[in-house]
Design a protein around this ligand. Structure first.
Ligand code: FUL
Length: 467
């Protein structure tokens, strides 16, 4: 047996990069799908739409960013170009953009207005540039990839710091293609030359996380209904994945141990479609539904990317705003107070017997202090004595991510008049695990933690009551 030591545990498996750690903190941010589709009532434009169709009557980036910030979102990602190829900024490399729209006399740059409004509201800003372009004549030939990178360069250099660059997986099919009106297939494994494109992003926006079916920084969760796998490991054998090659089940759960840290992001729309359709005004997700999604995304260590489509005025519809606000109030009600405040924590293992790793760090609210066990330990038991019995149904657990994703499983038990009863159990904790159990009133609970490959550690535990 090695001597107990008070040195920190050695990280196990892949660990997050600093840009990924910063991204984990964001947890919840918005998607803005807005383009010509908003005016044609479509989800995917063919690519032959006239730029004259794009003419919002009251576009106000301040309303959009303000609503997102008020609802507790950390940032917004804008569809700067969707599959139809229309650009919301006056790209130098195409005529198919806002510069040929009547909106603001063709002198507007919607990307700039959004980036600016986000900065004013303290939100991070990100861009979506569809790799598939149904307008561009050379789509399918190398010339298009060159065009794509030039456009990306415009977005990476003209709009300040970006927190995320979103590479969509939809690829090839029928389209206008400069008038050819045909079906074009590309080989997703080779056509886009992703390595080179990723290097461009690294070079020009080193802090930005790149999202795709293959990361490299953040991965698609494998569905568009906002539900992460259970468990949803932060790690992946990244070399087995390519953007645009759908491997949904594996992306949904991740892989353990995995070669790289590539956490999941859950993209989902507040309405059935990604773009605004008046016919869906009465099909906006309710605050309660969004809260459920939150538990199944953020509550499984993923992030929640919630789409809010501006209407033809260029504003969020009141129904969407109302639901967004209701969702924010629910989260506030549930998470503003820790029902475990003032509790006393004890553990059957403390690393090196050192106060630096004592279990009270679970309750101190500091994200970078943690309880840890000695190296040879694989199973540990932590007990919490509450100052008075309280009622809860959610336990919020968080690992200290610079040490890697260490925990394989957890089980929570509560003290009842019938003795210790199971409350919740599962695989994987990671960034955050919102473990839900039956509504319980108790003064004591205990937590069993298991790690197959390394010693366990945990940074946070709090108790909450859902609505
Ligand atoms: C998909 C696209 O095809 C949808 O239109 C939308 O942009 C969604 C976020 O990604 O792959």
């Amino acid at each position: 047996m090695p001597e107990p030591t008070a040195l920190p545990p050695i990280p196990w498996g892949p660990v997050p990069t600093p840009r990924q750690l910063a991204w984990h903190e964001l947890e919840y941010y918005g998607f803005v799908h807005f383009t010509i589709n908003t005016f044609t009532d479509k989800e995917w434009g063919f690519g032959d739409e006239s730029p004259a169709l794009f003419d919002p009557t009251a576009f106000d980036a301040g309303q959009l960013a303000g609503a997102a910030a008020a609802a507790g979102m950390a940032g917004l990602i804008l569809t700067c170009k969707h599959h139809d190829g229309f650009c919301l900024w006056p790209s130098r490399y195409t005529e198919h953009s806002v510069k040929n729209s009547p909106w603001r006399g063709g002198r507007a740059d919607l990307v700039a207005e959004m980036a600016e409004a986000c900065r004013r509201e303290g939100l991070r800003f990100g861009v979506y540039l569809s790799p598939w372009d149904r307008n561009f004549a050379a789509y399918g030939r190398p010339e298009y990839v060159d065009y794509y990178r030039r456009q990306l360069r415009e977005l990476l250099t003209g709009y300040g710091p970006l927190f995320e660059v979103w590479f969509d997986g939809a690829n090839g099919g029928d389209g206008y293609y400069g008038g050819a009106c045909e079906t074009r297939r590309i080989d997703p494994l080779t056509y886009y030359g992703w390595q080179e494109t990723w290097e461009l992003v690294r070079q020009l926006q080193p802090e930005a996380c790149m999202f795709s079916d293959a990361g490299p920084d953040v991965r698609w969760v494998g569905n568009e209904h906002g539900v992460a796998g259970d468990p949803c490991w932060h790690t992946l054998d990244r070399g087995e994945f390519t953007p645009g090659v759908d491997q949904a089940p594996r992306l949904n759960r991740g892989q353990r141990p995995g070669s790289h840290w590539v956490p999941a992001e859950c993209d989902v729309s507040i309405r059935p479609g990604w773009f605004y359709h008046a016919a869906e005004d009465d099909r906006v997700r309710s605050p309660e539904n969004l809260f459920e999604l939150y538990l199944q995304s953020v509550g499984r260590g993923a992030s929640l990317l919630l789409n809010l489509p501006p209407d033809r005025r260029g504003l969020f519809h009141p129904a969407d705003v109302e639901s967004l606000e209701g969702f924010a109030r629910l989260r506030q009600r549930v998470f503003a107070h820790d029902l475990a405040a003032g509790a006393r924590a004890s553990a059957d293992q403390i690393r090196g017997g050192s106060p630096a790793y004592a279990p009270h760090h679970l309750l101190d609210g500091a994200p970078d202090t943690y309880w840890a066990a000695d190296d040879p330990v694989r199973e540990a038991l932590i007990t919490l004595e509450l100052p008075a019995p309280c009622t809860f149904d959610l336990v919020d657990l968080r690992e200290y991510l610079p040490l890697g994703q260490r925990l394989d499983r957890f089980a929570i038990e509560v003290d009842t008049p019938r003795g210790w009863q199971p409350f919740a159990q599962g695989e994987g904790v990671g960034r955050r695990r919102l473990a839900r159990g039956p509504r319980t009133t108790t003064g004591r609970l205990r937590l069993r933690l298991g790690s197959d490959h390394c010693s366990p550690a945990l940074a946070h535990l709090s108790l909450h009551l859902s609505p």
